[in-house]
Design a protein around this ligand. Structure first.
Ligand code: SF4
Length: 293
């Protein structure tokens, strides 16, 4: 468990980011992690896969819910969730896009930025496992992430940087091994914190962001998906293998999108500080969430 997150050790954002980046450069010089040499130019979703995708997503969600995460969640409020799901599913698209950002229930990134400054809103940060480095000390296909700034692999990892910068207050973070895992945790958060506004920012492949928008709308949460580049899953076959932990390639949040994520985290961090809410909070978190203390 990480005890001293870098952003908690520095008085200003700039000092913390400089310290993180110089540590990352030193770690890379000494023990570089494997990276993609170039981003492959492949479609986000293949033509065949794009056909009937809403139905494929629905079928996949129902037939692969082996631990009952999603079933239990839906059955907590079956009428409310079914109505909301149908309403979203009848729309051609359950989201808008702005570059690598997918927008769910918000009109623009600046709309999302305004929501982020509400200190009472809960923010769920999620990172799909396929962006973890091969050398990740927590393992790749796991819900774990130590985000330890003193670990040379974490120090070179974009997930590590985001989690060292994120404020603890009203922020709940996950490493995501499967779609059912994060679906179940979102239900847990919604049911344990009734009446609270829930926001999210989740990294994933375009296929996942396209397939599961209706499920997020069903729970009435608002947020953004950050689309990966790199060795993405752009067919159902690749997606299903990845959900079973078979993911030999690396995905990446592209530099510009990562920079924007850091700006959003900074905005949130500053908003919590301005509201005097930097300490620990009373939000009910799933025990599986990552430690941001
Ligand atoms: S920050 Fe998390 S995901 Fe990245 S290398 Fe460390 S444990 Fe793995």
């Amino acid at each position: 468990m990480n005890k001293l997150r870098i952003w908690n050790q520095h008085a200003t954002w700039e000092d913390a980011e400089d310290a993180w980046d110089s540590g990352a450069a030193a770690a890379e010089a000494k023990q570089p992690v494997k990276k993609l040499k170039r981003l492959p130019k492949i479609p986000g979703i293949t033509e065949d896969t794009a056909k009937g995708l809403k139905w494929k997503a629905f079928k996949y969600m129902l037939t692969h819910d082996h631990h009952g995460d999603v079933r239990r969640g839906v059955l907590a409020h079956p009428i409310k969730y079914t109505k909301a799901f149908i309403k979203s599913a009848l729309r051609k698209k359950s989201f808008d896009t702005d570059g690598d950002f997918f927008l769910y229930g918000v009109d623009s990134i600046s709309d999302f930025e305004k929501l982020l400054t509400d200190p009472d809103a809960l923010l769920v940060l999620g990172f799909s496992y396929c962006e973890k480095p091969f050398e990740c000390p927590s393992g790749r296909f796991t819900p774990d992430c130590i985000h330890d700034a003193d670990n040379p692999v974490c120090r070179q990892c974009k997930v590590g940087k985001c989690l060292n910068a994120a404020p603890a207050y009203n922020t709940i973070a996950f490493s995501i091994p499967t779609i059912h895992y994060i679906g179940g945790r979102i239900f847990d958060i919604a049911h344990a914190n009734p009446g609270r506004k829930i926001l999210f920012a989740i990294t994933a492949c375009e296929l996942v962001l396209e397939m599961f928008g209706d499920w997020g709308n069903m729970v009435d949460i608002q947020g953004i998906g950050i689309r990966f580049g790199g060795r993405i899953c752009n067919t159902m076959k690749a997606f299903e293998l990845s959900e079973a932990g078979v993911k030999p390639g690396l995905t990446v949040v592209k530099d510009a999108a990562h920079q924007k994520m850091m700006e959003l985290i900074r905005l949130r961090r500053d908003a919590m500080a301005n509201a005097g809410r930097e300490g620990q909070d009373s939000v009910v978190r799933p025990s599986s969430s990552l430690d941001l203390a």
